[in-house]
Design a protein around this ligand. Structure first.
Ligand code: GRG
Length: 296
């Protein structure tokens, strides 16, 4: 079977498992007060790729078959991710009208409701981790690490620098800081939680993290390239915005050709790192190629 077809089938199956957990733990949309529940469900089920939970599940399946214990953790990471997208789209941040192929949350429900819907996704994510059937010590560790990664030492720091850099010429160090914190960090922690949840040996955990930090950057470089060359219909969001807003992107700092080469080289390095795990790492290797060639 074509490796990408195999991967897409596996992604779809795992997306459905995550959606079941999200549906189970999120409030019903007709629950009182209705508007906020409708809004947070609207954005959560608007059609994201579910890449981060998929990574958690793949890392876990390097060691264990039954995904049930880790799926709430994977769903929690997706909730934090969705929260960050809603905030990112707000008029005072990136001001984006479209997300996941639909009108963004604030465009449908208004800024105030979008803010609250996102906040509640962020907070509920930590609650959901506590429902996972894993050791209590691991739950505490996940809550702590996810708080760090989504807080001032992670997402917020990356977003802060992103805002401050708008319209300015940034250096490579600042560019890396922004995207390591905004994008690669969440991708890496998704893999880390899967591996830790399955009690991966320390040496293998570090290989998985090396893979994670590399594909995390590839994901962002490709995101930047798609903003220039991609189709907004396929991406489900407006393209051409980075240049218009003077964003700190890889093509802006390195140029398109050099960015493409960097993405290619990082993908090869990620696959080499993970190949030390042997046949078990096949899906992660196919995924790395998929993330390099993705069009959406
Ligand atoms: C933590 C309080 C607090 C604020 C968050 C807004 C913000 C600060 C961070 C922004 C994070 C962000 C939008 C990063 C960009 C990462 C990125 C490339 C997202 C797109 O991910 P995809 O393509 O999206 O996986 P789907 O829709 O498929 O899930």
């Amino acid at each position: 079977m074509d490796p990408f077809v195999l991967l897409k089938k596996d992604m779809k199956e795992k997306q459905e498992q995550v959606n079941i957990i999200l549906d189970r733990y999120l409030p019903r949309k007709d629950e009182y007060p209705k508007e906020i529940h409708k809004a947070l469900r609207y954005s959560t089920f608007a059609g994201g790729k579910r890449l981060r939970p998929y990574l958690t599940m793949l890392a876990y399946q390097l060691y264990k078959d039954n995904l049930d214990p880790i799926t709430p953790v994977a769903a929690a990471i997706e909730m934090v991710h969705t929260f960050s997208l809603i905030h990112d789209d707000l008029p005072d941040i990136d001001d984006d009208e479209y997300r996941r192929g639909k009108k963004s949350c604030h465009a449908v429900f208004g800024d105030g409701v979008a803010l609250l819907a996102a906040d509640s996704l962020l907070i509920n994510a930590f609650e959901i981790i506590t429902y996972a059937e894993i050791d209590d010590a691991l739950k505490v560790q996940f809550v702590r690490e996810l708080a760090q990664e989504s807080g001032i030492k992670g997402l917020i720091a990356g977003q802060m620098l992103d805002i401050e850099s708008e319209g300015k010429k940034v250096d490579k160090k600042t560019l890396n800081f922004i995207h390591n914190n905004k994008t690669a960090g969440m991708i890496n922690i998704a893999l880390r939680f899967g591996a830790l949840g399955a009690k991966a040996p320390a040496k293998e955990l570090s290989v998985i993290e090396e893979y994670g930090s590399k594909i995390g950057l590839v994901f962002q470089i490709v995101d930047d390239l798609l903003d220039i060359e991609g189709s907004s219909a396929k991406l489900g969001k407006t393209t051409g915005k980075d240049e218009a807003q003077g964003k700190a992107t890889f093509p802006a700092v390195y140029g398109v050709e050099e960015s493409r080469k960097m993405a290619h080289d990082l993908t090869e390095q990620a696959k080499t790192a993970i190949s030390t795990l042997g046949d078990r790492s096949l899906k992660l290797r196919i995924l790395a190629d998929h993330l390099l060639s993705r069009k959406s």
